[in-house]
Design a protein around this ligand. Structure first.
Ligand SMILES: Cc1cc2nc3c(=O)[nH]c(=O)nc-3n(C[C@H](O)[C@H](O)[C@H](O)COP(=O)(O)OP(=O)(O)OC[C@H]3O[C@@H](n4cnc5c(N)ncnc54)[C@H](O)[C@@H]3O)c2cc1C
Length: 214
């Protein structure tokens, strides 16, 4: 697997790279996974579908399967409703998630401008709770309180190898900022550590899906 990246860093980078080293020989001549950051020419310029080739600054990469992730923005409905800014995202009041452009419309999740909060399902869930409380407060004539929001993401780098990140956020000067208490999986010599994280991942997924949909 070759990852052509238009960035020079990615989330959970340190524990991911350690997992790739341990599981797939990352940074060795026979590695099963290679990551080419922007600084090394990873930025894709074009995809030649007929030749199944990605042309990047570092050269041409032929592949059996190409998963191209296009530049992102909010979906067309957000544009049609006039909720988007010039960058294609929806600016919101960070304490309530009410649109800064259209009154009484609340935008959560990937479409919302949420500063330091990553675009994740867990962030969207946390924002939904803040927005729901703010709507209830506004309907009851109360001033919405100070939100505290969370992001938790677990990933499996291998079947029994989990990595995770936890971030806590608050609003400062109408911007969402990450608190220093945040953290990613530590790197240890204990084989139990990534195995436990893989178990936590499955439990996290079950309880999170339950919280969203049950
Ligand atoms: C490969 C991958 C892995 C990920 N892993 C994680 C993870 O481990 N943990 C995590 O927390 N997050 C993860 N995420 C991110 C997470 O999936 C998104 O952040 C989350 O789904 C955003 O939720 P959302 O409701 O804002 O948007 P979406 O999930 O995109 O939902 C928007 C919905 O609106 C619908 N829609 C659009 N237009 C209309 C319309 N006009 N009428 C009706 N419906 C419409 C769409 O069909 C879609 O169902 C991952 C994402 C990807 C791509």
């Amino acid at each position: 697997m070759i990852i052509l990246d238009h960035k020079d860093a990615f989330t959970k980078e340190v524990p991911f790279k350690k997992a790739w080293e341990r599981l797939y020989g990352f940074n060795t001549p026979n590695a099963m996974i290679e990551w080419i950051p922007a600084a090394q020419g990873g930025k894709p310029k074009r995809v030649d579908v007929d030749r199944m080739t990605v042309i990047a600054e570092a050269g041409a990469f032929k592949a059996d399967v190409i998963n191209y992730i296009a530049p992102q923005r909010a979906s067309p409905i957000a544009f049609r409703m006039g909720l988007t800014n010039r960058e294609g995202w929806c600016p919101v009041n960070r304490r309530t998630f009410e649109s800064e452009i259209v009154r009484d419309v609340f935008v959560i999740g990937d479409a919302a401008v949420a500063d330091a909060m990553p675009k994740s399902g867990y962030s969207a869930n946390s924002q939904a709770k803040v927005a729901a409380q703010a709507i209830a407060d506004q309907l009851a004539g109360r001033t919405p309180g100070e939100p505290s929001m969370i992001n938790v993401c677990y990933s499996l780098a291998g079947e029994n190898y989990g990595v995770s990140i936890v971030d806590i956020f608050k609003v400062v000067d109408n911007r969402i900022v990450k608190l220093p208490a945040s953290g990613v999986s530590p790197i240890t010599d204990s084989p139990a550590q990534p195995l436990l994280e893989a178990i936590y991942q499955r439990n996290w997924h079950r309880t999170f899906a339950n919280d969203c949909f049950a």
